[in-house]
Design a binder for this molecule. Structure first.
Ligand code: HMG
Ligand code: MG
Length: 296
């Protein structure tokens, strides 16, 4: 089997993981400490924050303070979500290395998540991406609900291809495909990628698999077979999505790294250290560790 020899793991726990934590906003100290400990595991890219409206996602309200507290490493890319120009301004002020814009492949999810239609979101991103690129930042694009939408059911792969293509044309260096509610299975992943890759080369694609139905690793394997070599993951499987009821976290980073190393694929990540970080944050947040590998 012709699998990639190296995979880039984007650790999204501090953003996708923590954005859904109930209760009071976690302190900047707790969040920065998590990011710093992840930085010491060999991870090269950490999605550290989200400059979204605090009314919509209160848990991300202290993103500015979090970025001010972390100890930065030259070789690590610290990125943040920015839904609009206001978000970009905040991200620039905080000194991020990279931003991510996020669109959806269904109208229902787009409205709930960003309060606008798909076309309006793409129009809104144009100047944001241009300005970020002018400032020398890299821009990543997300497409949510690439398989099923919690409001509209099955999503057309053609629509996913169109939105992915629009983000690539805008200047995103990578498009992360979000199985937001984790209902995908490998056959549907193959169908999806067959629809996208005539427009967006596989080298531009990343996988963002939530593990709600326990299918994330199977879907990631299908993506590896198709040539995708970048995956998002969340330490201890932290998280969910505030606009997708019942969605659980991303695939646990520990479980992903175990799979990749078992396949002889290099990630640069030290699994034993990462397991300890996952155990500690689970204990700190008083939640069950969502990683199987980390729970042994
Ligand atoms: P809106 O209410 O339509 O915004 O929200 P607006 O442009 O009408 O502005 C209203 C007010 O909000 C204004 O203030 C703005 O300044 C302020 P006022 O003039 O009334 O005083 N405002 C902001 N303040 C701080 N930061 C900002 C910002 N923007 C406007 N960035 C908006 C539209 C997009 C902002 C809102 O819907 C939003 O923040 N949505 C984000 C939702 C979100 O974060 N969802 C979770 C992340 S996405 C995800 O998890 C999926 C992913 O993981 C992939 C997958 O799993 O599929 C990526
Ligand atoms: Mg997500």
């Amino acid at each position: 089997m012709n699998l990639p020899r190296q995979v880039r793991v984007v650790e999204v726990g501090p953003r996708d993981g923590l954005q859904n934590e109930r209760g009071p906003i976690l302190s900047a100290e707790v969040k920065a400490n998590l990011i710093d400990r992840l930085s010491a595991c060999g991870i090269q890219h950490i999605e550290a924050a989200a400059f979204v409206h605090p009314k919509w996602v209160p848990q991300m309200a202290n993103s500015d303070a979090v970025l001010a507290r972390i100890t930065r490493h030259q070789h690590i890319n610290y990125s943040a979500l920015t839904p609009n120009m206001r978000g970009l301004e905040r991200a620039l002020e905080a000194g991020v290395d990279e931003i991510a814009v996020f669109a959806a492949a269904s109208e229902g999810f787009s409205q709930r998540n960003t309060n606008c239609s798909i076309d309006e979101s793409l129009e809104r991103f144009q100047p944001v991406v241009r300005r970020a690129l002018d400032h020398g930042l890299q821009v990543r694009g997300y497409v949510s609900v690439v398989v099923d939408c919690p409001y509209e059911g099955a999503v057309s792969p053609t629509k996913v291809a169109q939105v992915s293509d629009a983000l690539m044309q805008m200047g995103c260096y990578e498009i992360s495909l979000g199985d937001t509610i984790g209902t995908a299975t490998p056959g549907r992943i193959h169908t999806l990628l067959d629809a996208i890759t005539p427009f967006v080369p596989v080298t531009y694609l990343a996988g963002h698999c939530h593990d709600t139905y326990g299918q994330a690793l199977a879907n990631i394997y299908a993506m590896l077979e198709a040539g995708i070599s970048c995956f998002d993951a969340s330490v201890a499987g932290l998280g969910g999505c505030p606009y997708a009821q019942g969605a659980s976290g991303n695939v646990a980073t520990e479980d992903l790294v175990y799979l990749l190393h078992g396949l002889g694929i290099d990630t640069g990540i030290q699994l034993d250290r990462l397991i300890k970080v996952g155990q500690d944050i689970s204990a700190d947040l008083n939640r069950m560790n969502g990683s199987k590998v980390g729970s042994l």
